[in-house]
Design a protein around this ligand. Structure first.
Ligand code: NAP
Length: 328
């Protein structure tokens, strides 16, 4: 409560922004130390093979960022950029050869693949022990059983962020909006594993706001710019915004960005777009206790967690880390 100049009392609310830049750097530094130690103690240098098919501009940027992160932490990397008319058989052949190579620890196939190539066939062809994205059914199954090996990077980053900001998970009501294989489902599994009471919402959920507004931790991964507004958020809740959407017009920007509006309009006029998550930041800031910004939030952790998974693969493949099977 604050007393204004004219003597009125007013409640001021401030939402804490969970900025991830420092955390992403911290994780990369930890990985870099592990990579250096692996070399000193075992003469092992982890290697990530990134595979990309076609000319999708966003995919090219994502792969470039991953390769750059490898360089930062000392992981060796290979970039297999294949033409858009690569066939399923050719791609399967490449995966098989990467599976067989002793010097390759992690295999990453950048999604989406061209429509003609069935993604499930490719994901299932990757050796589970090299599946650093955690999408192979064996790794999905292990996660569902509460015995995770490789966990998808974005959800793993969410848990890391909650932990490093000391946000309790055990016992709280957590709601995940979105049930994709890469974010929603694994995020819900991880929260469950950490003893949250978990609800999953999706496009068929009746009265979304009634469900989400019960959540102490609300994770949103739907790909709908600013859909989650004040009515969806429990006062004081922690809101994790996974969405990454482009806003190109001023009218939409005005509905989304409060104090940030002028800066965002400037970015749109310079670059043609600005990024917004699936949460309306202006409305969330009226009620949320904490929220991740977009950009500058969850997105930064995804690549850092990929680096960590690659080192884990290098250690597990050489028996330097307890594997899931050795825990039985
Ligand atoms: P996706 O595969 O398209 O899945 C979207 C999910 O949202 C689906 O489960 C869908 O429900 C649900 N949904 C859609 N509209 C809804 C609505 N109106 N109400 C409730 N649920 C709704 O998306 P994704 O791959 O999980 O990605 C989600 C967002 O996260 C995107 O903006 C993406 O760009 C972003 N992303 C960010 C990172 C990162 O590193 N920061 C990584 C991955 C994704 P149904 O299942 O019923 O269709």
């Amino acid at each position: 409560m604050q007393i204004t100049k004219d003597g009125r009392s007013e409640t001021t609310h401030r939402t804490e922004l969970l900025e991830a830049t420092a955390i992403a750097d911290e994780i990369k530094q930890e990985v870099a130390r592990e990579v250096a130690q692996l070399w000193l103690q075992h003469e092992v240098k982890p290697c990530l093979a990134a595979v990309r098919v076609g000319d999708d501009a966003a995919s090219a940027v994502y792969v470039r960022n991953k390769i750059r992160a490898c360089e930062e932490v000392g992981i060796r990397s290979e970039h297999h950029a294949l033409s858009a008319n690569t066939t399923l058989i050719e791609l399967l052949d490449l995966i098989t050869s990467l599976n067989e190579r002793g010097d390759v620890d992690g295999i990453l196939v950048q999604l989406p693949l061209p429509e003609e190539i069935e993604e499930a066939r490719i994901i299932e062809a990757i050796a589970p022990e090299k599946d650093v994205d955690g999408f192979h059914p064996v790794n999905v199954g292990r996660l569902a059983m509460g015995r995770p090996a490789f966990v998808p990077c974005t959800p793993a980053g969410i848990i890391e962020l909650l932990d490093r900001f000391n946000i309790p998970i055990s016992g709280v009501n957590a709601c995940v909006v979105g049930r994709s294989q890469i974010v929603g489902r694994p995020a819900a599994q991880l929260l469950l594993q950490r003893d949250a009471t978990v609800t999953i919402c999706h496009s068929r959920t009746r009265d979304l706001a009634a469900v989400t507004s019960e959540a102490d931790i609300l994770v949103v991964a739907i790909g709908r710019p600013g859909l989650i507004g004040r009515e969806h958020i429990k006062p004081g809740a922690t809101v994790i915004d996974v969405g990454m959407n482009k806003v190109t017009d001023e009218a939409t920007a005005r509905k989304l960005f409060g104090a940030d509006l002028e800066k965002r309009l400037e970015i749109i006029s310079k670059r043609g777009y600005t990024l917004v998550g699936d949460v309306n930041p202006a409305e969330a800031d009226e009620v949320a206790g904490k929220r991740t910004p977009v950009p500058g939030g969850v997105g930064l952790l995804t690549v850092a967690m990929l680096m960590r998974n690659t080192v884990k693969a290098a250690r597990m493949r050489r028996g330097l880390e307890r594997t899931v099977n050795s825990e039985q």
